[in-house]
Design a binder for this molecule. Structure first.
Ligand code: PLP
Length: 433
C-alpha cells in the first residue's frame, strides 16, 4: 500500500484484519453495510484541505477569498461544510445555485458562473441577490442589464477573460486558450469590449476580472504568465472599479503513483506573489485575489468501492475484471482518458500478480475504468477501490442503463454517515408521465 498512499486520503490505514480503512472505517465493512458501488469521503481530509486553502491564501492577504467550485462534488453535506469553513461557493447553473442556497449559503457568498446562462437563470440569480455574477458574453451583459433594470437592481459582476495561456494538461479541459467557448479573449479586443459594455451599462456594476486557465494543472508557472497578461490588460482599460482578480481554479491532484502535484501552499504562493508583483510593476493598486478550487479540495478525499461481478480470460488477449459500476459513476476515464489506480480493500498489501483490464457494467465497449493495471488475483465477490475519485466522479453520475446512482458516505474518527443515499428503482421512473 505504501506507494499508493499519496493517492489515498491521508487517513488511509490498514486494520488489524489487514483491511483498508479510511477515517477509521473498514472499507470492507462499509461495502457490506451500504452496498456497492459506494463513494466514501474522508470528511476530516475535506475540512483540512479547505482550512489549508484559506490559510495559504490569507497568509498573503487577509482579504483573499477561496471559492469552492461546487461542480466538482455538490452534495448538501459538502456544501454545508464549505460554508462552515468560511469558503465561498461557485455555481454554474440555476440548479447549482438552488443547491447552494438550500445548503444555507448567504447569497452574497455565491459566485454565479456559466457560459450560457439563460434569462431564467439570470432572474434566479438576481432574485437570490448573489454576490457576484461572472459574465461570459456580450449577449449576457445586455440581457443582465435589461433584467436588472426591470427589477430595479444593480448587479456586481466580473468579466471572464481568456488570457490565451495553455497549461500542459489534457486538451479537453483546457479553457484558457484563444479558441474557447468560455470568456472574452484578450487578443482581438473582446475583453476590452466587454469591460466597456459593463461600464456603460446602467444596471451592471463591474467589480473585477475572472480567469480560469484550465484544470488538473501541475505547471503552476502558467499562473504568473496569466497574471502578467491580466495586469497589462488592466493597465490598458484602466484600474477603475476592477478591484477583484479571480484567478479561477485548476490545481491538479495525484491520480497515479507517478503524479507529483504542487502543494496548495506552493500554488497559493505562486498565484498571490504573481498577481501582487504584476500589479505593483504596472503601477496599479493591488486587487483582492480570489481563487476557485474544485478538484484539489475534494479529489483526493474520495474513493469509490466496487464489487467484482466476474472475470473473463481471453487466451492470448487479456483478463477482464468486471465490476458493478462504471461510466455511470465515474465518467472521467471515458471522457478524458483519465488513468486511475486501484487497491483491494480486503488485501491492500497484497502483491500484484496479474495484468488486467477493469471494466464497468454498461453496454458500451468504452466503459473501461482502468485500461491496463497489475493487480493481485481478483475473482467474483472481491472488492476493488479506486482512489482519488472525489472530484468529477459522482458529480457526473448518470442513470445510463437504468443504473441507480451510488450512495455517498462521509467517514471520520471511526464513524460513517450516509450523506446521500443510494438511488432507488422507483426514482428511475418518478419523472415519467
Ligand atoms: C471547473 C471550474 C473551476 C474548478 O476547477 P478545478 O480544476 O476543479 O479546480 C473553477 N472555476 C471555473 C470557472 C470552473 O469552470
Amino acid at each position: 500500500m505504501q506507494p499508493l498512499s499519496h493517492v489515498l486520503p491521508p487517513s488511509a490505514a490498514t486494520t488489524a484484519d489487514g483491511h483498508l480503512s479510511i477515517g477509521g472505517c473498514d472499507l470492507v465493512a462499509l461495502a457490506e453495510e451500504h452496498g456497492t458501488p459506494l463513494v466514501v469521503y474522508d470528511a476530516g481530509a475535506l475540512r483540512d484541505t479547505m482550512q489549508r486553502y484559506l490559510q495559504a491564501f490569507r497568509a498573503h492577504d487577509p482579504h483573499a477569498e477561496v471559492i469552492y467550485a461546487s461542480k466538482a462534488f455538490w452534495a448538501q453535506a459538502v456544501l454545508r461544510m464549505v460554508h462552515e469553513e468560511d469558503l465561498r461557493v461557485d455555481v454554474a447553473s440555476g440548479g447549482e445555485l438552488f443547491m447552494a442556497l438550500h445548503a444555507g449559503f448567504p447569497p452574497q457568498k455565491i459566485v454565479m458562473h456559466g457560459n450560457a446562462k439563460d434569462a431564467r437563470e439570470i432572474n434566479e440569480a438576481l432574485e437570490a441577490r448573489v454576490g457576484l455574477l461572472v459574465c461570459d458574453s456580450l449577449d449576457e451583459i445586455a440581457l443582465l442589464n435589461h433584467i436588472a433594470g426591470e427589477r430595479g437592481v444593480v448587479q456586481d459582476v466580473l468579466i471572464r477573460v481568456t488570457p490565451g495561456v495553455k497549461p500542459s494538461t489534457h486538451e479537453y479541459i483546457s479553457t484558457g486558450q484563444l479558441d474557447s467557448k468560455f470568456g472574452f479573449s484578450l487578443e482581438g479586443g473582446l475583453a476590452a469590449a466587454a469591460v466597456a459594455a459593463c461600464r456603460t451599462a446602467t444596471h451592471v456594476n463591474i467589480v473585477g476580472l475572472h480567469c480560469h486557465i484550465g484544470s488538473q494543472i501541475f505547471e503552476i508557472g502558467a499562473y504568473p504568465v496569466a497574471a502578467q497578461l491580466l495586469a497589462a490588460f488592466v493597465k490598458e482599460v484602466g484600474r477603475d472599479g476592477l478591484d477583484i482578480m479571480d484567478m479561477g481554479g485548476g490545481l491538479g491532484i495525484a491520480y497515479g503513483r507517478a503524479d507529483d502535484p504542487p502543494s496548495v501552499e506552493a500554488y497559493a504562493d505562486t498565484v498571490m506573489e504573481a498577481v501582487f508583483a504584476e500589479w505593483d510593476a504596472a503601477g496599479l493598486e493591488r486587487p483582492r485575489v480570489m481563487v476557485e478550487p474544485g478538484r484539489s479540495i475534494v479529489g483526493r478525499a474520495g474513493v469509490t468501492v466496487y464489487r467484482v461481478t466476474g472475470t473473463k480470460d481471453i487466451p492470448g488477449v487479456r483478463r477482464y475484471v468486471a465490476v458493478d459500476g462504471g461510466m455511470s459513476d465515474l465518467m472521467r476515464p471515458m471522457l478524458y482518458g483519465a488513468v486511475y489506480e486501484a487497491i483491494l480493500p480486503e488485501r491492500p498489501e497484497a502483491e500484484a500478480s496479474e495484468h488486467v483490464r477493469l471494466v464497468g457494467k454498461h453496454c458500451e465497449s468504452g466503459d473501461v475504468l482502468i485500461k491496463e493495471i497489475d493487480l493481485p488475483h481478483l475473482e467474483a465477490g472481491n472488492l476493488v477501490c479506486l482512489p482519488a475519485t472525489g472530484a468529477y466522479g459522482v458529480a457526473m453520475a448518470s442513470n445510463y442503463n437504468g443504473v441507480t446512482r451510488p450512495a455517498v458516505v462521509f467517514v471520520e474518527n471511526g464513524e460513517a454517515t450516509v450523506v446521500v443515499r443510494r438511488e432507488t428503482y422507483g426514482e428511475l421512473v418518478s419523472r415519467d408521465a
